[in-house]
Design a protein around this ligand. Structure first.
Ligand code: XMP
Length: 513
């Protein structure tokens, strides 16, 4: 049985982040619903159990609570935030609403330096909180091991049982030393070894895919981006020729992109590939459309039509595979009352119409981008694909503000190719999250030789990011910017001005539309 930590999910947006942190510690973890029966958990022989945070309040009528049988399993348990409050409630303590909701950074002071949880950590730590309830009376057998200004019970422990509770979130980046707290729990308290690796992930994922798919056929929409490429390689390893990839050329791709995809997956990997060139169809439907959301809708709908036809060519399949990553899943969940969380129609999770009766296979759903890259390398994909920068589904259409025409596409494609070439040859391309050109439909006056020009502007967008959810613009060296600008203006007909986008996300987005 694989050595593992079980994470019970109480609905926190950070549950997957906890799982990811545990993977970073070279330990396997499984996320289970909060109410998984204790005997099922026992059968998995976990080395420890983590109770995630969650949006509920433990004293609400329908508060999600774990099977109390988990407390008889004789394994270490640690509750985080809401998880701590469930410990408080179920083990005989008291939980009440805070007089003031605690949200954001605070200073944690360790009051029991003998606790294994804070081994090798300083007495004062910055931590991140997000809670409206707190423990006001400790359950029997527990004592406080750390406090904050607002709470005497910011971390608690029942040493005899190996039970812990944290009011703060150790899994988020805003708790800078949180990973060490988790290491202490996983390695020191639960006694896990560093036995898990991406190699093992491949074996597990292959097994899971085989189990889910059986002898059935699977179709995958291949875009040539990192996610669908890694999904294709993983699925191909698991089920070989039961997989057919469909590659749609929507006419909005970058220079030489279609050829590169056909070469790698068709010729090199020998994956069954259906190539559908629908460029004309897409462009005629986009004619005259300037509204970004409308563009996305048209592209999305046309993609579905073209894809549906291609699936018929590919032959009947029961499953559809998608390279959905964890951040796609969370960005697609609208958070009530938060306008910033409004979904863009682009993260096309589950986007196909019901008449296309497929069951989904999403082998990357729990992974973050950098983990997917690591997985890609493990599967033998080339660096150019694995470290390829993300490219949006609607392609260059969201980088041409206003009307998308063949002429504008050509200008943008040529400008982008120069930018990418320079980024690569100057060693910047693989260092950053994304770098690309955007075509602004504003025309301005310029002079070239003796002639007056009246041409478009290209904006350079280069950003650093961990996961695409926040981003900062990259301070590229002036001489590189100068070279890119000179080359674009000299080599691309139709451009006479290049400017640099110096906005971060938020409040801007990475793409321009
Ligand atoms: P934004 O523009 O929302 O982009 O800051 C965040 C990340 O997502 C990529 N992106 C897309 N990916 N389909 C995709 O598959 C899309 O429609 C899409 N729009 C944006 C973007 O390139 C960035 O990495």
């Amino acid at each position: 049985m694989t050595e593992q930590i079980v994470i019970l999910d109480f609905g926190s947006q950070y549950t997957q982040v906890i799982a990811r942190r545990i993977r970073e510690l070279s330990v396997y973890s499984t996320i289970l619903p909060f109410n998984t029966p204790a005997d099922e958990i026992a059968a998995m022989k976990p080395s420890g159990i983590l109770l995630s945070g969650g949006p509920s309040s433990v004293y609400a009528k329908k508060a999600p609570l774990p099977d109390p049988g988990i407390f008889d399993l004789n394994v270490p348990i640690m509750g985080i935030c809401y998880g701590l409050q469930t410990l408080g409630k179920l083990l005989g303590g008291e939980v009440e609403p805070c007089s003031k909701r605690e949200f954001g950074k605070s200073q944690l002071q360790v009051v029991d330096k003998d606790s294994l949880l804070f081994k090798k950590l300083p007495k004062n730590l910055q931590v991140w909180n997000s809670h409206g309830d707190q423990i006001t009376k400790l359950p029997p057998g527990f004592k406080a091991i750390a406090k904050t200004e607002n709470s005497g019970f910011a971390a608690i422990e029942n040493r005899e049982k190996g039970w812990f509770g944290l009011q703060f979130h150790p899994e988020v980046a805003h708790t800078p030393r949180g990973k060490e707290v988790l290491t202490n729990f996983v390695h020191k308290v639960c006694g896990c070894s560093n036995s898990w690796s991406m190699r093992k992930y491949v074996d597990q994922a292959v097994e899971e895919i085989q189990e889910q798919v059986g002898n059935e056929k699977v179709i995958l929409g291949l875009s040539g981006g990192v996610d669908s490429s890694v999904a294709a390689a993983l699925l191909h390893k698991a089920i070989g020729d039961q997989l057919t990839c469909i590659f749609v050329n929507n006419g909005l791709l970058r220079a030489r992109e279609a050829e590169a995809v056909k070469d790698l997956f068709g010729s090199h990997f020998k994956i069954k590939l259906v190539y559908s060139n629908a460029s004309r169809d897409f462009l005629s439907k986009l004619k005259g459309v300037t509204d970004p959301e409308k563009k996305r809708k048209i592209i999305g709908n046309t993609f579905i039509e073209v894809f549906e036809k291609a699936t018929k060519r590919a032959g009947k399949a029961r499953f559809l595979a998608q390279g959905t990553l964890y951040p796609d899943v969370i960005e697609s969940v609208p958070i009530a009352g938060n306008p910033a969380a409004m979904i863009k129609s682009h993260h096309n999770v589950g986007g196909l119409p019901k008449r296309m009766k497929f069951e989904l296979v999403e082998p990357l759903k729990c992974l973050f981008k950098d983990e997917v890259r690591e997985l890609g390398l493990e599967l033998g994909l080339p660096k150019e694909i694995v470290y390829r920068q993300p490219f949006p589904g609607p392609g260059l259409a969201v980088r041409i503000l206003g009307d998308v025409t063949s002429k504008r596409l050509e200008i943008l494609r040529n400008s982008d190719a120069i930018l990418i070439e320079e980024m690569k040859s100057n060693d910047w391309y693989y260092k950053i999250w994304q770098s690309f050109a955007v075509l602004l439909p504003v025309r301005s006056v310029g002079v070239m030789g003796d002639e007056r020009t009246y041409d478009y502007t290209i904006a350079i967008r280069a950003v650093e990011s961990q996961d695409g959810m926040t981003a900062d613009w990259v301070k590229l060296p002036y001489d590189l910017l100068e070279k890119i600008s000179n080359r674009i203006i000299n080599e691309v007909k139709g451009v006479n001005r290049v400017c640099l986008d110096i906005s971060s996300k938020p409040p801007a987005t990475i793409e321009w539309e």
